[in-house]
Design a protein around this ligand. Structure first.
Ligand SMILES: Cc1cc2nc3c(=O)[nH]c(=O)nc-3n(C[C@H](O)[C@H](O)[C@H](O)COP(=O)(O)OP(=O)(O)OC[C@H]3O[C@@H](n4cnc5c(N)ncnc54)[C@H](O)[C@@H]3O)c2cc1C
Length: 381
């Protein structure tokens, strides 16, 4: 057992750390105010191979493992969890096409996704079905042999209205998971429209919107995997997505903890610096311990997914639950250590708390993570 990073991993981490510190961190608050992530910074990230981190090299991917992927998202998120998590969705969609697309689909879409000339959104949730995703109602009906007509609504879609490509889980067959397929819908398709950008607690630089489809014609050649494969594709995409969103919690929480430690050394109360108060020392000791435990657990889950371990799905769910809960708690404690200043925008901590809250909700809520974990524990095979 070796817990150290390889030279390559260290190099990748340092490269992303430098990029994120220079090109993302200084602008995160501005992008939150402007409610957008500039395309130019995504293009720059793509130049470093961050558009298709685990995608194969023949289509422009970086062909890295899930372990490097979480290292990358941890570093990006140390700078800003909002840009990091947006990149995580792009990577999830690209991986889904790489893993399940035909050769022609891979060659058509992935070079543009890896270069981030095209941005992708993942469309599973609907107004009437979130946790119970297999109850989705968006329907795709064959219209001749060469196209589908797709109708329905997808709720809470990250990148809705901003992205160029929408991977839409829709019903082509029976009720339940076996009747779901995955269709790639391009922006500009007739009948595709978007709701207003949702007003929300965090993740404000990212658009979140309803994606509406009204008899939208989608070429049959845009079906990813076969008919009825949509649910397994969507779920396996989420295994990697959950690791990455956990990494986004980890990096941002680490940043909040580092800020809290620095603040304790400089802020004075009762004639001494905060760092002299044992109550606060114990607080940061617990925050450090819990973050380090979350980190090592996340790396293990990433290793399992990369090695196709039989319990990888359970470990991805456990890591998502553990790391996003820990990350939120640590960020919130870091705010407390800053006293009233933690509540002010200038210190950057309140944004982290707001941004990390949603990681406990999306990509499967943390209650649903427990459902998955318990189901795997109680299964007879
Ligand atoms: C900012 C943001 C961005 C998002 N981006 C995307 C995106 O890009 N693509 C996408 O498809 N979706 C996206 N989502 C949707 C997100 O994945 C869902 O909100 C989430 O899965 C929960 O679904 P729901 O909101 O319908 O809650 P519900 O399913 O209605 O759940 C409500 C509550 O009940 C609990 N609950 C439900 N079932 C059970 C159960 N069996 N046991 C115990 N507790 C249960 C849940 O944990 C939750 O606390 C996003 C959401 C947000 C807020």
């Amino acid at each position: 057992m070796d817990f150290s990073l390889s030279d390559d991993q260290t190099q990748i981490r340092n490269m992303v750390r430098g990029f994120a510190a220079e090109k993302i961190a200084p602008f995160a608050a501005q992008w939150e105010d402007e409610k957008t992530i500039p395309r130019a910074v995504l293009k720059e990230a793509a130049g470093l191979g961050l558009g298709g981190i685990v995608v194969k090299e023949d289509v422009g991917g970086s062909a890295l493992s899930r372990v490097e992927s979480v290292l990358i998202f941890e570093e990006l998120s140390y700078a800003d969890p909002v840009v990091a998590s947006f990149l995580s969705i792009q990577n999830m969609c690209a991986w889904m096409i790489d893993a399940y697309g035909t050769e022609e689909q891979r060659q058509t879409w992935l070079p543009r996704l890896c270069a981030m000339d095209k941005i992708a959104s993942y469309c599973l949730t609907e107004p009437g079905s979130g946790s119970d995703a297999a109850a989705l109602k968006t329907r795709a009906v064959k219209d001749g042999n060469s196209q589908y007509r797709v109708s329905g609504s997808k709720a809470f879609i990250s990148g809705g209205g901003y992205s160029d490509i929408y991977l839409v889980m829709c019903r082509t067959g029976e009720e339940g998971p076996k009747g779901v397929s995955c269709l790639l819908v391009e922006n500009g398709t007739q009948g595709l429209s978007f709701g207003a950008n949702e007003r929300k607690m965090g993740w404000q630089a990212q658009a979140t919107a309803t994606v509406n489809l009204d008899e939208a014609p989608v070429p049959a050649s845009h079906l990813i995997g076969g008919e009825g494969m949509g649910f397994p594709i969507a779920m396996s995409g989420l295994n990697g997505g959950r690791l990455n969103i956990a990494a986004c919690s980890l990096g941002a929480a680490q940043s909040a903890l580092d800020k809290a430690v620095a603040y304790m050394k400089e802020r004075k109360a009762f004639g001494k610096s905060l760092s002299h108060f044992q109550a606060l020392q114990f607080k940061i000791a617990d925050m450090e311990t819990e973050l380090q435990a979350a980190r090592i657990f996340l790396y293990q889950a990433a290793w399992k997914l990369s090695h196709d371990a039989s319990d990888a799905r359970k470990f991805c769910a456990m890591a998502k639950r553990l790391v996003t809960d820990t990350g939120f708690r640590v960020a919130n404690e870091a705010l407390q250590i800053h006293g009233g200043y933690g509540y002010l925008k200038d210190f950057g901590i309140e944004k982290t708390v707001r941004d990390l809250r949603v990681h406990q909700i999306l990509e499967g809520t943390n209650e649903i993570m427990r459902v998955i974990i318990a189901r795997e524990m109680l299964s007879d095979d």
